[in-house]
Write a protein that binds this ligand. Structure first.
Ligand code: ATR
Length: 270
């Protein structure tokens, strides 16, 4: 029987998730159909209930991760901490469980694919919205010395940092930024509209690794800015996208897939 899966979002047309999961399905020998569901404001619960009459699970993207967290019967500790769900599955008792694989997907890309270190390092995370709240738990678990959180709206970052209750994570103002962070992660949506976050040059040094959680067919505006400040290393978020999908695939089918091959495939198609 064909396994029915989907990604819910708005917009969702651009989503590469069908391609990724179809590639995983081929690798694992699983017959699956993965669709894109464009959900209108206020329709999430109705559409989700309808889909789960036949579907085995689905992914959730912007702007419904918080609605998905409220929708599920039960959620993982990660999803509860993030207050956001990106993967829904049904367990053997029919209970809908929400998970969040974004943070682990990011850490896997940083550490396993790129070979960058987090343990004992000084991190700067930019942003304070849904994307950042979904990854902070896993970043803290990876053992950094500190995570400075900087957001345009300082108050939002302060509330977010307090939620984690970890002394290594603190919300800072622009005038407290350190020089030459080990790792800078851009979790703002500024780049989606071609904007660049206004930042002082000294935060990037030659040893800094810079990661933009968004991706595109050319260097993202944030990575472009970083490369102008120093001869740092940069990466976009394509690997994170594939890794969070691989983790969702494992939740649904209990199978570990080869993500490297799929990252390569996607990169070629950008
Ligand atoms: P997402 O789910 O992608 O995180 P979001 O919850 O709307 O979307 O959050 C977007 C993030 O990008 C926020 O941290 C936002 O800053 P504010 O909290 O001040 O709104 C940040 N952001 C968006 N455009 C930005 C810009 N031009 N400069 C700086 N930060 C920006």
């Amino acid at each position: 029987m064909t396994a029915r899966l989907a990604v819910f979002g708005n917009p969702v047309e651009h989503s590469r998730s069908p391609l990724i999961h179809e590639a995983f399905g081929k690798q694992a020998g699983i017959d699956l159909h993965y669709e894109k569901v464009l959900v209108n404001d206020g329709d999430f619960e109705r559409e989700a209930s309808e889909f789960m009459k036949l579907g085995i699970g689905f992914n959730i993207t912007v702007p419904f991760k918080s609605a998905a967290w409220q929708f599920v019967d039960h959620c993982s500790d990660k999803a509860a901490q993030a207050q956001a769900v990106n993967t829904i599955s049904r367990d053997s008792r029919g209970i809908l469980t929400g998970d969040n694989t974004d943070g682990e997907g990011l850490v896997r890309d940083l550490v396993c694919n790129l070979g960058w270190e987090i343990e004992s390092k000084h991190l700067l995370v930019l942003g304070g919205g849904g994307a950042v709240s979904g990854v902070l738990g896993d970043l803290l678990e990876a053992g950094p010395s500190s995570i400075d959180l900087l957001n345009r709206t300082h108050e939002k970052a302060t509330i977010l940092a307090q939620r984690f209750g970890d002394p290594r994570l603190r919300s800072i103002e622009k005038n407290s930024l350190a020089a030459g962070y080990d790792l800078i992660i851009n979790g703002t949506s500024a780049g989606l509209s071609g904007e660049v976050v206004d930042l002082p040059a000294h935060i990037v040094g030659d040893q800094t690794c810079c990661y933009d959680m968004i991706y595109g067919d050319s260097t993202t505006s944030f990575n472009h800015w970083c490369l102008k400040q120093a001869s740092c290393q940069v990466s976009d978020g394509l690997g994170m996208l594939v890794e969070q999908a691989a983790l969702a695939f494992r939740i649904w089918f209990g199978i570990d897939v080869n993500s490297t091959r799929v990252i390569k495939l996607l990169r070629e198609q950008l």
